[in-house]
Write a protein that binds this ligand. Structure first.
Ligand SMILES: *Cc1c(COP(=O)(O)O)cnc(C)c1O
Length: 385
């Protein structure tokens, strides 16, 4: 049996698909240390640069003194602390929903929503480029998954119109994690109204970045509806860890009663919720972080305009440069690394065949010089190749 695994692993290696983990010796930051060497990094989802913020480090220490280290139990037994509870209220009012519920991870939040709200005889409609956690959420349930081409409202409408399902749920990344583009949220909501469906918005990459004071995609599009089930993660722009769902009270109560990924797991350490309350204030008040991101996005796109490789159309901090072949994407990523710049090569199955890419992600802590360094290196590599 081990021999089988070794064979599988080596064919993965030959196809340029074997993944390796970097071992970071420093905090997440615009510059990171690996094996004693410093790199300029464009790989994290720490868009606002909060993951190593001194006030959050202090809040974690303070939280540990107040609540200890571990929650010790699941939320429904005795693990739900006043820190979790206060954060849920703050998240609900920040995002403009009646209630919010914390989950340990975004992966578990998506699984919880789908398994608690949807059952046999129901249907889930999903954009083809959705994050794996949304697809996997459906695997955990016994429900039919109906996928529609990326951003294609007309195709979704045909599928909704044909569906005899009792309950319908449309689910989408709000900002697509490997493409950086945004879902047509207003159009999706109109279809959900017309066909009486719920709309699950996965705002992992929009929360903290989009909308007024970083309130996310719902604020960005200035919409409000009892059909929306909003999910966002707290380990990306918020800089800490965890996730939450915000929605109508009946939905949240149903999740508490029956979402297995909520019920059968230990609550996250309350010290994280304590720090996240502080993070939420920084997100709300420090507009300069979002302004800096906007400047860097413009600068990067101008700097790479004339390259043979093209950036995908994206107005978010996720700026993928399409390379095409797996081995070429990998070689470029390695060549950048030799120049002390980290940009991950993203390959199938994470993205469709033939669209291997460098996923450049920007952070508010990058300087204009950092972005210049990246664009100069890419131009040089293009002229060498
Ligand atoms: C990262 C991500 C998740 C998972 O969130 P975690 O908290 O990391 O488990 C879910 N959806 C999308 C779109 C993501 O990018």
């Amino acid at each position: 049996m081990l021999f089988d695994l070794a064979k599988q692993l080596s064919s993965r290696e030959n196809e340029g698909l074997r993944r390796h983990r970097l071992i970071l010796e420093s905090p997440q930051y615009s510059h990171v240390t690996i094996a004693g060497r410093e790199y300029l990094a464009f790989c994290s989802n720490d868009y606002l640069g909060l993951a190593n913020h001194p006030e959050l480090v202090e809040a974690v220490c303070d939280g540990a003194r107040q609540y200890g280290v571990g929650a010790g139990a699941s939320h429904l037994i005795s693990g739900h602390s006043s820190a979790h509870h206060a954060l849920e209220s703050a998240l609900a009012s920040f995002t403009g929903f009646p209630q919010a519920l914390l989950f340990s991870t975004g992966y578990m939040a998506n699984a919880g929503v789908v398994t608690a709200l949807i059952d046999r005889g129901d249907a889930v409609f999903a954009d083809k480029l959705n994050h794996a956690s949304l697809n996997d959420a459906v695997l955990h349930s016994r429900v039919k998954l109906i996928r529609y081409p990326h951003l294609d409202l007309a195709a979704l409408e045909r599928r909704l119109a044909m569906s005899p399902a009792r309950r319908k749920l449309v689910m989408t990344d709000a900002v697509f994690s490997m493409d950086g583009d945004m879902a047509p949220v207003v159009g999706l909501l109109a279809l959900c109204d017309k066909y009486d469906a719920w709309l699950l918005l996965d705002d992992a990459h929009g929360f903290g970045v989009l909308g007024r004071q970083g309130r996310g995609v719902v604020s960005h599009f200035n919409i409000s509806s009892s059909r929306i089930i909003y999910m966002a993660t707290l380990g990306k722009a918020a800089g800490v860890f965890g996730a939450f769902v915000a929605a109508q009270a009946e939905i949240i109560e149903t999740l508490i009663q029956s979402a297995r990924s909520y019920i059968y797991t230990t609550a996250t350490p309350p010290l994280l919720s304590h720090a996240l309350l502080r993070s939420l204030t920084l997100i709300e008040q420090e507009e300069w972080r979002r302004e800096r991101l906007s400047q860097l996005i413009v600068q990067l796109r101008q700097g790479l305009q004339s390259l043979r490789w093209k950036l995908m159309p994206s107005a978010t901090p996720i700026q993928p440069l399409i390379i095409g072949r797996n081995d070429e994407a990998l070689q470029l990523s390695e060549a950048l690394r030799e120049r002390n710049i980290l940009v991950p090569a993203i390959r199938p199955p994470t993205v469709p065949q033939g669209t291997a890419r460098l996923r450049i992600s920007l952070s508010a802590l990058h300087s204009m010089e950092d972005v210049d360094q990246l664009t100069a290196a890419l131009r040089e590599l293009e002229s060498n190749s």
